[in-house]
Write a protein that binds this ligand. Structure first.
Ligand code: PAJ
Length: 284
């Protein structure tokens, strides 16, 4: 695996690969890599892409300064994981390289409704920061395929919108990969390493709630299940931010199960200082 810290060096290298008719698969990350990230790299490797992964803890997508400062940084383990996964290139820029004119400048994308609900509502400015950095990374890497995880369902929708706004939907294909889970069901996340042992044992309750929402689809009463989940989460010591059901295509929130359309159940909750999110598709 070749490591680049400078945009120009990476671009020179990639343009040579493009001349060899290679398709470029891109996996953007913030590091502290785990098997969920590995699965995205593996999918790109299996698709015979020339695989570029980026690691950049993007300051503009964190509203909470402590969350940014406490974000785990594990470069040696990350390099090992990527090498073993068959990644070809790691792009490892610093803040100056990504934001030479400062973090305040950048393209203004409009994610409309997506920026007003769920993650958008609870983390104001978050998707603006995601859009800013992903747009910059896409301009640098110009991938044929972009691999992202369903774990961040709303982020996938935001990035789909971003590709449209950048007019590159026909050039860069978004591949959404399934959420990888620990054996007990907890969605893998870089933030899980910040959980204490008792918190880690409790964290599976989020997944259990999602499974119960999924299991009661034929009961028709989402509002009852929603209240049950909120009560359970609070009872176990979580600070739930939302337990929601939405149309899986546009994230329109709904109070009722509707078996005629694809739906997604989504939960965000804080356990101590650690904010966890997860989701599960309901039908389709
Ligand atoms: P990060 O949280 O590091 O995630 C990088 C990619 O890995 C995202 O597409 C995310 O959805 C995916 N991922 C995380 N956990 C996963 C799991 N358990 N199973 C499958 N995929 C998983 O998301 C970001 O970074 C940033 O917002 C980024 C897009 C890099 C922009 O800064």
């Amino acid at each position: 695996m070749v490591i680049f810290k400078k945009i120009h060096d990476l671009q020179d290298f990639l343009s040579a690969k493009r001349k060899e008719n290679m398709t470029i698969g891109f996996v953007p990350t913030m590091g502290a890599l785990h098997d969920g990230h590995r699965s995205l790299v593996k999918k790109a490797v299996d698709s015979k892409d020339f695989v570029v992964c980026s690691i950049f803890v993007n300051p503009t997508q964190f509203k909470d300064k402590t969350d940014f400062e406490k974000y785990p940084v594990t470069p040696d383990a990350d390099i090992l994981l990527l090498t073993q996964a068959g990644c070809h290139v790691l792009f490892l820029p610093d803040v100056q390289e990504m934001y030479p004119d400062g973090t305040g400048k950048g393209n203004d994308f409009d994610f409309g409704y997506l920026d007003t609900v769920l993650e958008g509502a609870h983390r104001p400015g978050h998707f603006k920061g995601v859009g800013q950095v992903v747009a910059r990374l896409l301009n640098i890497v110009q991938p044929d395929r972009l691999y992202m995880g369903q774990k961040d369902y709303q982020q996938c929708m935001v990035v789909r919108s971003l590709l449209g706004q950048m007019n590159i939907s026909d050039k860069t294909e978004l591949i959404i990969c399934p959420t990888l889970r620990e054996p007990d069901g907890l969605a893998m996340s870089s933030r899980n390493t910040r959980l204490t042992e008792p918190q880690r044992a409790l964290a599976i309750v989020i997944y259990q709630c999602l499974v119960s929402i999924q299991g009661k689809v034929n009961d028709g009463n989402f509002d009852i299940v929603q209240k049950e989940c909120l009560d359970i989460l609070k009872d176990k010591g979580f600070e739930p931010e939302y337990v929601a059901l939405a149309d899986a295509r546009d994230l329109a929130l709904t109070d009722n199960y509707n078996t005629t359309r694809p739906m997604v159940a989504l939960i965000a909750a804080k356990l101590g200082q650690v904010r966890l999110i997860d989701n599960l598709l309901i039908n389709g």
